[in-house]
Design a protein around this ligand. Structure first.
Ligand SMILES: Cc1cc2nc3c(=O)[nH]c(=O)nc-3n(C[C@H](O)[C@H](O)[C@H](O)COP(=O)(O)OP(=O)(O)OC[C@H]3O[C@@H](n4cnc5c(N)ncnc54)[C@H](O)[C@@H]3O)c2cc1C
Length: 507
């Protein structure tokens, strides 16, 4: 192989590729990032979605929990995430009366009172506090391990030293655990949601446990915060730091082939350029990396969510009478009871679009108005992000356009069930992204938001020591969501891949 052009070539300028580049360039390495698209950021981009309105929406990812403060501090990022007082609101109708379960981030009188209306026995409220109390301890102990070489299963279990919680978080299906703690279908569903976001699984599969864990361990608290200025602010800050550190970012530079030998790596791009490097980091999914190396890709579940971005003329009124500024201040769940999740999962597995889609919703502008122009702010505009769950890519394979339309109808029907006025009357702009749309735009295989199935954050006993980023080739690493401890907006695999390279010293 000819002399290398650079120390490290990174395939893809998603946030993880940028984090890896920043660490490596700051350590003195010559780094080139090659990005297929004309824009950087991948799933963390903010976009002026509706050209006629000056509003910059987080087009794909929208909330932050997993990004360690340590990375923000190490890299000197001017990026702030804002806490929300409300954790969630879940509307319901019982005995002909519209009401809702309001849960504050910190247990308070409003939460107590809301639980009491749903369950006067007090059982669900007590279980909630106990359940999330023990998980908080678990999260606090696991978080500091995420940016170090992987511990083995036994080492991590010993480190956490909460054997009962380990048993129900790691060993037993989370669906069983939730049903043991909670009796109410609606409460069970609110808890279960974190196990199913971006993961097409039954509540009784361990894959749901892994997703649950990732949603509850971020920064040791599992709190999901609003990125000030939108998710694109993270990208622009990373870009600044990467360029300041001397790394180059080349857009419209799709990598089409990767080969390697003992002395280095060769990358070919769509325009025929050949680039030689000592190491390669793939921010593209492991399945994409395998294709580029002409190797077989390992199997993974399909993505299973629709992302709907809405600009609203104002917030809608709710049937329950709650102030929408409170109802939409946290995560708004619609039709996400435990039984609805299981029924929808089975139907979708059989190829049926959910008739009433389980929805997660979030209003960025109730926490951070800065993504809207002063004019739109003054007029009372808001943004609404809808995540429609259990809509696997297979539902869209036949006719993506028709399925997109059917999915949107199902999502809006689901939401309207709890509104005092149809949401359609308030929409100034709407865009819908199916798993196939997401794959086409930013290359997430089958629209899987985590690139591939998430992994538990440990290695099995007796396996080779690792950072969770290694491949069979000692010069090639995964620096994106598809690494062990990847998935989500975290920068962790970017950091870990950089550390793996820096600790290797191959020449
Ligand atoms: C709709 C949606 C909503 C989400 N919501 C959240 C959320 O709220 N919070 C959260 O934590 N996570 C969320 N996620 C998940 C999270 O955004 C991703 O897991 C994470 O951003 C992946 O980052 P990454 O840098 O590893 O990869 P990506 O962002 O996927 O970036 C990979 C980059 O590689 C480029 N690339 C691919 N192939 C090539 C090639 N051959 N040559 C050159 N470049 C290539 C792509 O164009 C892309 O820019 C969401 C994801 C989606 C899709």
């Amino acid at each position: 192989m000819p002399q290398p052009d650079c120390d490290v070539v990174i395939v893809g300028a998603g946030h993880n590729g940028l984090v890896a580049a920043a660490y490596l360039a700051k350590a003195g390495m010559i780094v080139r990032i090659l990005e297929a698209n004309s824009e950087i950021g991948g799933a963390t981009a903010s976009v002026r979605t509706f050209p006629e309105f000056d509003a910059n929406l987080s087009r794909y990812s929208y909330l932050v929990s997993l990004l360690p403060d340590e990375i923000i501090n190490d890299l000197g990022l001017d990026f702030e995430c804002i806490s929300r007082d409300v954790s969630s609101y879940t509307p319901y109708k019982r005995n002909g009366i519209d009401d809702g379960l309001l849960v504050s981030r910190q247990w308070d009188a409003a939460t107590e009172e809301s639980f009491a209306r749903l369950d006067p026995s007090g059982h669900e409220a007590a279980s909630w506090q106990e359940f999330y109390g023990v998980i908080a301890e678990f999260a606090e102990r696991i978080a500091p391990t995420l940016m170090k070489p992987l511990l083995t299963r036994s080492e991590l279990k010993a480190h956490i030293a909460l054997p009962e919680v380990w048993d129900f978080m790691i060993e037993k299906p989370i669906g069983e655990v939730i049903q043991r703690y909670f009796s109410d279908d609606l409460v069970q569903g609110v808890v279960l949601t974190d196990a199913l976001i971006g993961t097409f699984a039954s509540a009784f599969e361990l894959q749901a446990n892994i997703c649950f864990l990732y949603h509850l361990m971020g920064n040791g608290t599992g709190e999901w915060k609003v990125p000030k200025g939108g998710m694109g602010k993270l990208v622009s800050e990373l870009e600044r730091v990467v360029r300041d550190a001397g790394a180059s970012i080349e857009v419209n530079k799709r990598v089409t082939e990767i080969s390697s030998n003992t002395s280095g790596v060769c990358v070919k791009t769509f325009d025929g350029e050949e680039i030689y490097a000592r190491y390669l980091l793939s921010n593209a999914a492991p399945q994409t990396l395998a294709k580029l190396q002409s190797m077989p890709a390992s199997a993974s579940r399909d993505g299973s969510q629709m992302k709907i971005n809405i600009l609203l003329k104002r917030l809608p009124a709710l049937k329950s009478g709650i102030d929408p500024h409170l109802a939409f201040a946290g995560t708004f769940h619609a039709n996400e009871s435990f039984s609805q999740f299981e029924d929808t999962f089975l139907a979708a597995q059989d190829g049926d679009m959910p008739e009433v889609m389980p929805l997660e919703m979030y209003c960025h502008t109730l926490t951070d108005l800065s993504i809207l122009s002063p004019e739109l702010q003054q007029q009372g505009f808001h943004t609404l992000t809808i995540f429609g769950l259990h809509t696997p890519a297979t539902l869209f394979d036949g006719d993506n356009d028709a399925a997109r339309e059917a999915g949107l109808k199902s999502a809006l029907t689901s939401l309207n069930e709890y509104l005092a006025e149809p949401i359609e009357d308030l929409i100034a702009g709407i865009e819908v992204k199916t798993p196939l749309d997401i794959e086409a735009a930013i290359g997430l295989p089958r629209g899987n938001i985590f690139h591939r199935d998430l992994h538990f954050p440990f290695r099995e006993d007796g396996s080779t020591p690792s950072w969770g980023v290694e491949t069979d080739d000692p010069r090639i690493f995964i620096c994106g969501a598809g690494a062990v401890r990847g998935g989500g907006v975290s920068g962790i695999p970017g950091h870990n891949a950089a550390m793996a390279v820096l600790s290797k010293q191959l020449h």
